[in-house]
Each structure stands twice: as C-alpha cells, then as structure tokens.
Ligand binder design. Structure first.
Ligand SMILES: Cc1cc2nc3c(=O)[nH]c(=O)nc-3n(C[C@H](O)[C@H](O)[C@H](O)COP(=O)(O)O)c2cc1C
Length: 174
C-alpha cells in the first residue's frame, strides 16, 4: 500500500528533527553575553570543528565578529526556563548571567566564561566565519571540553520548530 503524502514547502525546514540547543557564551569581562542557539552543527572531526549559525540582528553577532573565541554550553532540562529566557531577551539591554542566575565558570583554555549549570562546555577558538542566507556561521575549533561527571549524551536538550525535547531511547547501537 502506498503512503499518502502531502506537499507543503512551508513545513519543510520546520519539520526537520530537533537539533542540539546551546547556550553560547561570547565576550570577556562585563561584556560577556549568552545567546541561545539551535543552529549548531559539527563541521569536522579532525580537527574538531563546531559551527553556530547566528543572525546579524543579534547583539551576540557583534561580539562573535570581534572576539576570536566562544563557548558552546549544552543545557539540560533543569535549566529549560533559562535557556528560553536567554533566547528571548537581548544582552544589549540586560546582563543575562545576572537575570537568569547563570553562574560564570572559568573556562580552562579560553578567556570567555563557561556556564556552571550546563552539562557540557565546548571551548572554541574561532577559525572561520561565512554567510549563508540570513545567518552567519561562526566556526570554532574545540580546544577543551569540560563535562559534568556522569554526563550522558542523552542529557542534553534538543530544540526545533517551537518545542524542546530530550533525546529518546537508543533503538539500535551501530
Ligand atoms: C530555542 C531558541 C533557539 C534559538 N536559536 C537561534 C539560532 O540558532 N541563531 C540565532 O541567531 N538566534 C537564535 N535564537 C534567538 C536568539 O537567542 C535571541 O534573539 C536572543 O535574544 C539574542 O540575544 P542577543 O541579542 O543577546 O545576542 C534562538 C532562540 C530560542 C528561544
């Protein structure tokens, strides 16, 4: 039996499975800011490169352009409210660390602070930047990863199309 299909390009991108969501920290000292980003992807294993897609409209975009490093912090469900909060107010108006009581954690290699409450922090040195449509991709080499002891990959939040999720059960090991 053939499956019934629908054609509706408005559903296309929004119907993708969920992506990891990160709290990106960028900037040093009093300038340090947090932006919630779901456009996160691995660009290379060797060297380990990760990219974040940031709209030029964001306050963080200016900081990412100026700075040569950033940190991708992965939140768990315990800070879902804060994750949404850092994606709805601009750091040009408020200090999001203070507003959401997110604690700055000294990063090990880079000068940009990490976030204590996050499960994993990937410290990145910026290697590249390019424009794709309405977002610019900032690529960074992961120079240090700091994780909660006992962290499992399934603990990190996913987001897309308006809903936050946790990864489901492993259904097959490759
Ligand atoms: C769950 C979620 C995911 C988001 N993903 C992105 C993203 O990938 N890229 C982006 O530019 N903005 C994204 N945003 C929007 C920014 O986080 C939001 O505009 C934020 O207030 C910008 O902060 P800033 O002005 O301090 O940089 C997302 C927002 C939410 C709530």
């Amino acid at each position: 039996m053939t499956k019934e299909k629908i054609e509706d390009n408005r559903l296309g991108i929004r119907n993708m499975p969920a992506f990891p969501v990160g709290l990106i920290t960028v900037g040093k000292g009093k300038e340090a800011n947090i932006i919630t980003a779901a456009l996160i992807h691995v660009f290379s294993f060797d060297p380990p490169l990760i990219g974040i897609g940031i709209s030029p409209k964001r306050h963080s975009h200016g900081l990412l352009t100026k700075e040569d490093e950033f940190v991708v912090n992965i939140p768990g469900k315990d800070i879902l409210k804060e994750t949404l909060g850092c994606g709805t107010v601009s750091g040009s108006k408020v200090d999001k660390f203070e507003l959401h009581e997110l604690k700055k954690l000294d990063s090990r290699v880079v000068e940009t602070p990490s976030i204590e409450q996050c499960k994993v922090s990937l410290e990145c040195k910026k290697t590249d930047m390019f424009t794709t449509g309405d977002h610019d991709w900032f690529i960074g080499e992961v120079v240090m990863t700091v994780a909660d002891k006992g962290y499992k990959r399934g603990d990190g939040l996913l987001y897309w199309g308006g809903d936050f999720r946790l990864p489901g059960k492993v259904i097959k090991e490759r």
